[in-house]
Design a protein. Structure first.
Length: 370
């Protein structure tokens, strides 16, 4: 019985797609006026008005030489060149070819200074074909921000997003491998001042089309910023309807009043990363009872009224055996703590095989079960 139903479903799907295409064809000639939302000065685009970049493969795209980028960053930080070189010149930009190789999709590029680089984009070409086929097209042109969004060739030209991520600091009280921010590894501390934070939030809320309906404070470890609570409160004040933070949970676990202060300031969500269930599955983070620490953080956050979301990410960017892919619920035994709330699966590329030792700052009492 299954096969006939499968074929019926396929016929209905194809027929619905064809009917939609017919309707869209006639809509091009007698379209109704587009709606202009309050967060934009321009009307929403019809689907047939949306443009798309080149898709499929082989194709050529713009990319960066990873070594040129590092060298340029160092020269700017050392004061050898002005940062505006990033706006006025195409620093480190090279052409890259996206191609198929043995059923996989690869990006291949050649830097005249540093040589050839190859990166796998997809292990299965059929999956990436499906993803690209689902792309609906570019959104409204960015407007009302000619001076604000002047990032040279990296300037955002289309559309709106859903979350603005602000890295409050690159300091952290852990030394994870992998760490996509290389926190504690870059040799300097970069931390936003209160004036920096206010300027970012004030500027971002004025951009049209309004790209950010919510904001996430990240880092490093955002709870280490001296302006963590102030940033949350100000974000709510200027109009962000959802304030989140991506955290390792240590500060929330150490002190229940920290969670209460965050909630009172306006924190709505916290994101905690789990590499599996139990301390053993998280032991590569160099804190022996990190899972217990995060459970305590969840309990403190829950008691304060803050929602929470789990992030089940394995060390190699894959879900670990025993990893549940769901947040951990407070007030349950360990085997029953995984609950059926939706979680966010995030795949992060591993930076290298060498595991870093945790700094002394990570080994506070709560990390030892005190």
């Amino acid at each position: 019985m299954r096969k006939p139903l499968k074929y019926v479903d396929k016929v209905i799907s194809v027929a619905a797609g064809a009917a939609f295409d017919v309707v869209q064809f006639f809509n091009k000639y007698r379209p109704n006026p587009s709606f202009t939302p309050k967060w934009s000065d321009k009307p929403l685009l019809k689907s047939w008005q949306k443009s798309k970049p080149p898709l499929g493969w082989p194709r050529t795209t713009d990319s960066l030489c990873p070594k040129c980028v590092i060298e340029a960053r160092k020269k700017i930080l050392d004061g050898e060149v002005d940062y505006r070189i990033l706006i006025n010149e195409k620093v480190g930009e090279i052409k890259a070819t996206i191609l198929e190789r043995d059923g996989q999709i690869w990006m291949v590029k050649e830097c005249p200074v540093h040589g050839r680089f190859e990166d796998m984009m997809a292990v299965d070409k059929r999956f990436l074909e499906h993803i690209e086929a689902m792309y609906p097209g570019r959104d409204i042109d960015a407007h009302n921000d000619k001076t604000l969004h002047n990032h040279g060739s990296s300037t955002i030209r289309y559309g709106r997003g859903s979350v603005l991520t602000v890295d409050l600091t690159n300091r952290c009280n852990m030394m994870c491998d992998p760490c996509f921010m290389d926190a504690n590894q870059v040799g300097f501390v970069h931390e936003l001042s209160w004036e920096d934070i206010r300027e970012i939030l004030d500027n971002a809320i004025t951009i049209k089309p309004r790209r950010q309906m919510s904001i996430q404070f990240s880092g490093g470890e955002p709870t280490l910023s001296p302006y963590f609570f102030d940033a949350i409160a100000y974000a709510r004040k200027v109009g962000y309807n959802s304030v989140q933070c991506a955290t390792n949970g240590i500060e929330f676990a150490k002190d229940p009043s920290f969670a209460r202060r965050a909630y009172e300031a306006g924190l709505r969500y916290t994101y905690l990363q789990f590499d599996g269930i139990g301390n053993d599955a998280n032991s590569h983070r160099k804190i022996g009872n990190l899972f217990d620490v995060k459970l305590r953080a969840i309990n403190n956050l829950h008691a304060a009224g803050v929602d929470r979301a789990g992030d089940d990410t394995g060390q190699h960017g894959q879900q670990r055996p025993g990893g549940a892919g769901h947040p951990v619920c407070p007030g349950q035994s360990e085997k029953d703590r995984v609950c059926g709330l939706p979680a966010r699966l995030v795949h992060r590329a591993r930076r290298g095989d060498h595991r870093r030792a945790a700094p002394p700052a990570a080994l506070h009492p709560v990390a030892h079960g005190a």
